[in-house]
Every structure is written in structure tokens, then in C-alpha cells.
Design a protein around this ligand. Structure first.
Ligand code: HEC
Length: 162
């Protein structure tokens, strides 16, 4: 329980960073992504991720895409709405693309093999989330979201300096 609470609070930090609108609200936000902060140019499709070179920008994108999906862990509803499922499917595509991008040798040079391992894990957790969202079963989706959250957290604990 305690560790779940801890990971939820770190998710709040992630989404606070990602949404720039502040994560204060009462969770009234649904179907994230519709909201744009200040017209910041970002990758328009998961395929665009392959051209990105800056880890911070990649992570900013990741926060924007995966943040709203992970925020659903705060509620863990008995069933997810079609809108939430579509949002998670889309987020999962970005997560997989980001994982693949971070696996690149270029990033390995900047970091190390452990980083690559987390990147690979990110890819597989993204794939799991995509599969679970497509299946639509709430329990599986929640499990996949938890696995993804643990991956974000694991890599940040080791490689995010602040
Ligand atoms: C493979 C390692 C790794 C994984 C996995 C990872 N991150 Fe990150 N993340 C980083 C690193 C490194 C930074 C610091 C980047 C920098 O500031 O240069 C970071 C920073 C961030 C930031 C701050 C970006 C900013 O705008 O300053 C957000 C938001 C973020 N990550 C979200 C996520 C989410 C959400 C997940 C999981 C879906 C995730 N990250 C998974 C390595 C990772």
C-alpha cells in the first residue's frame, strides 16, 4: 500500500511537469491530450519520435502522452470509458516508439547498458498496455498501467538527475 502511494505521488509530479496546466484540479480532466499548453511543437505521430535526439524533449513528450494514462491509476475504475481506452492505445504507441528510440546506441553512449535495459522494458510495457487497452478488460489495463508506472519510476530513480 505504502509503495503504491509513493508511486502515485511520483506520478503526480510527472503529470505536473507534463501538463503545465498544473495537476491541482480534482481529476476533472479526461481524455488528456486534447488540451494544449502553449502551442508547443511536439512529435505529431509516434513515427516522429525516431527523429528526436534530445532525451529531455523525448521525456517531455512521454509525460504529455503517458501522463494522462498513468493518471488513471489514481482512480483505477471498475471499467474504463471508450475515450480513456482510445487515449491509452495512443499513449501506448508513443511509449513503444520512445522505448525503441531510447534503446539506440546514441543514448547508450550518453547513459549505459542499464538505461538501455529500462528502454527495452519501456517498450515491452508499452506493448502490454496497448494489448490490454485493445482487450478492454479493466483489470488487465490497470495491471499494465502499474507495470508502466514502475518502469518510468525505475529509470528515473537511476537516470533522472533532479
Ligand atoms: C529509459 C529511462 C527512462 C524511462 C523508462 C522513462 N524515463 Fe522519463 N526521464 C528519463 C531521463 C533520463 C529524464 C531526464 C531528462 C533530462 O532532463 O535530460 C527523464 C525525465 C522525464 C520527465 C521530465 C521531462 C521534462 O520536461 O523535464 C518526464 C515528464 C518524464 N521523464 C516522464 C516519463 C514517463 C511518464 C515515463 C514512463 C511512461 C518515463 N518518463 C520513463 C529517463 C526515463
Amino acid at each position: 500500500m505504502r509503495s503504491l502511494l509513493l508511486s502515485l505521488s511520483s506520478l503526480l509530479i510527472l503529470s505536473a511537469c507534463a501538463t503545465s496546466g498544473g495537476a491541482g484540479g480534482g481529476g476533472a480532466k479526461t481524455g488528456g491530450g486534447a488540451k494544449t499548453g502553449g502551442g508547443k511543437a511536439m512529435a505529431q505521430t509516434p513515427a516522429d519520435v525516431a527523429t528526436m535526439t534530445n532525451v529531455e524533449k523525448i521525456m517531455h513528450l512521454q509525460g504529455g502522452k503517458a501522463g494522462p494514462a498513468l493518471a488513471l491509476l489514481k482512480k483505477q475504475p471498475a471499467s474504463y470509458t471508450p475515450e480513456q481506452i482510445e487515449m491509452m492505445k495512443s499513449a501506448a504507441k508513443y511509449v513503444v516508439a520512445i522505448g525503441a528510440r531510447l534503446e539506440d546506441a546514441m543514448f547508450e553512449k550518453k547513459f549505459d547498458g542499464g538505461f538501455k535495459m529500462f528502454a527495452t522494458q519501456l517498450k515491452s510495457e508499452g506493448t502490454k498496455l496497448g494489448g490490454a487497452a485493445a482487450g478492454g478488460k479493466a483489470e488487465e489495463i490497470t495491471t499494465a498501467l502499474k507495470g508502466l508506472a514502475a518502469t518510468c519510476k525505475g529509470c528515473h530513480a537511476k537516470y533522472q538527475k533532479h
